[in-house]
Design a protein around this ligand. Structure first.
Ligand code: C2O
Ligand code: CU
Length: 485
């Protein structure tokens, strides 16, 4: 099957079975036009922008002639792009037409914990859940995906994921390519593995990091190309994979890294490679040469000089997306914008917490739905010292906030970590000091999560829970305690 149907249709990474190994890529015989997730329709009622998302099962033809069973929102695979502006009130009608429990988490969003869509906001089959909140954070490329307790890897892998774009005055005034799907292009990168019948398999061969697929797709398109008509194109990269970390770049040019998880960087960062761990996003602006194709490629992630033998199969280099510019290109300006400072200063920090990651545990514990691990006081600026004591990389994500990386092993962070982040790649044996402030929403009962975003690790318990309380308030009891696993 791999050599036949797959090989004729797209990018196939071979030799991934045994880890570590090298993964040469066979060039695609048939390239396919990049699918662009549609912008979600919305209705406005009483000042609230209301979206609808329905999770359902279907089939997708990733390879010509093969119907693969997948899950999607409002379609068979992935979901529409939600888009809203800072200051707006939004609501989403989330319906579940699957025959298992799911949830939808708004990754990177600042919002009340009951709206967060984590493992405590289950949506049962046949049910509809209606979270609503106000968009109150800078413009950014956020995303949404299920977060059911112990089942997140499968739900995301089957195709449940989509982008949630936020705009604000600064992003609207910026000279950045901004025509959705034309020169402002969503790029959801995921790797998959197919069985002999052409169905998705999550069999990771006991690999420590989880499944590393042998087929890479962008927005569900295998062997994707995108036609470019402008001198610059902005790619909104999301690593929506379950386990694989990518290092994106072009062989023949540098790119301008303009934004990370939580929004624009202080200034463009000229980069050869942009490393993205599962859950992370980056926006890059690529300069095109008329009539000359440019190929976005993932090469060996730089692990920071630390040996991580089973991290990524050693030598994975493969094509991800081909940009095909027309012979004549409309001029686009240099990327410029006015940056909004994070306002996060070390001198303001009143609490330091430490998190040690080892095995599938954080601070020696696995996730327990009924245990509150950390109690945070609203308004506080805190430093989270996150230590990866494992010879494997992890991807550390905190709900509700955008943090700033203060230091990596005591050194100032590289420029790509100078902006707002909600997920950070943890190299083995390093310490990351993160600074964040918890604002607006308090609830002693409903927790937010922090966890590894490598989804097998998350499902196996590498996750903890925190509540944000009013000053002097104590943590309550997780609603429906005992209801979980
Ligand atoms: Cu993107 Cu707690 O997850
Ligand atoms: Cu992990």
């Amino acid at each position: 099957f791999l050599a036949g149907a797959l090989g004729s249709a797209g990018l196939v990474l071979t030799g991934c079975d045994a880890m570590p190994s090298t993964s040469p890529v066979s060039a695609p015989d048939v390239a396919r036009r990049l699918a662009i997730p549609p912008l979600a329709a919305a209705r406005v009622e009483g000042g609230t922008r209301i979206f609808e998302l329905t999770a359902r099962a279907g089939t997708t033809e990733f390879m010509s002639g093969t119907e693969t069973r997948t899950w999607g929102f409002n379609g068979a695979h992935l979901g529409p792009t939600l888009r809203a502006t800072r200051g707006e009130r939004v609501a989403v009608e989330v319906s579940n037409e699957l025959d298992e429990t799911t949830s939808v988490h708004w990754h990177g969003m600042h919002l009340p914990p009951q709206m967060d869509g984590g493992p405590h906001q289950s949506v049962e089959p046949g049910e509809t859940w209606l979270p609503a909140w106000e968009i109150d954070q800078p413009a950014a490329t956020l995303w949404y995906h299920p977060h059911p307790h112990g089942e997140t890897e499968k739900h995301v892998y089957m195709g449940l994921a989509g982008l949630f774009l936020l705009d604000d005055d600064a992003s609207q005034a910026a000279t950045l390519p901004s025509e959705y799907g034309v020169d402002d292009v969503p790029v959801i990168v995921q790797d998959k593995k197919f069985d002999d019948a052409g169905q998705l398999t999550l069999d990771s061969d006991g690999n420590e990091v989880g499944l590393l697929g042998d087929v890479v797709m962008v927005n569900g398109t295998v062997g994707a190309y995108h036609e470019v008509t402008t001198g610059r194109v902005r790619l909104r990269l999301l690593n929506g994979s379950t386990a694989r970390t990518y290092s994106f770049g072009f062989e023949d040019r540098q790119v301008d890294l303009v934004a990370t998880d939580g929004g624009l960087l202080p200034e463009p960062v000229r980069s050869d490679q942009v490393r993205l761990a599962p859950g992370e996003r980056a926006e890059i602006v690529v300069e095109m040469t008329p009539g000359e194709a440019a190929v976005l490629r993932s090469s060996d992630p730089d692990l920071g000089g630390v040996a991580a033998p089973f991290a990524f199969g050693g030598n994975d280099t493969f094509d991800v997306l081909e940009l095909r510019p027309a012979e004549g290109l409309e001029p686009s300006p240099e990327p410029e914008w006015v940056w909004e400072d994070t306002g996060l200063r070390e001198a303001d920090a009143v609490v330091t917490r430490s998190f040690e990651l080892q095995g599938r545990k954080i601070n020696g514990l696995r996730m327990d739905m009924n245990r509150i691990d950390e109690v945070v006081t609203v308004g506080d600026t805190e430093i989270w010292e996150v230590r990866n004591l494992h010879p494997v990389s992890h991807s550390f994500h905190v709900h509700d906030v955008q943090f700033r990386v203060l230091s990596v092993d005591g050194e100032p962070p590289p420029p790509e970590l100078s902006g707002r982040k909600d997920t950070v790649y943890l190299e083995p044996n390093r310490t990351y000091r993160l600074i964040m402030r918890f604002e607006d929403y308090t609830d002693p009962d409903w927790p937010y999560m922090y966890h590894c975003h490598m989804l097998l690790h998350e499902d196996e318990g590498m996750m903890g829970q925190f509540v944000v309380v009013a000053p002097g308030q104590e943590a309550g009891e997780v609603p429906g305690s005992g209801h979980g696993h």
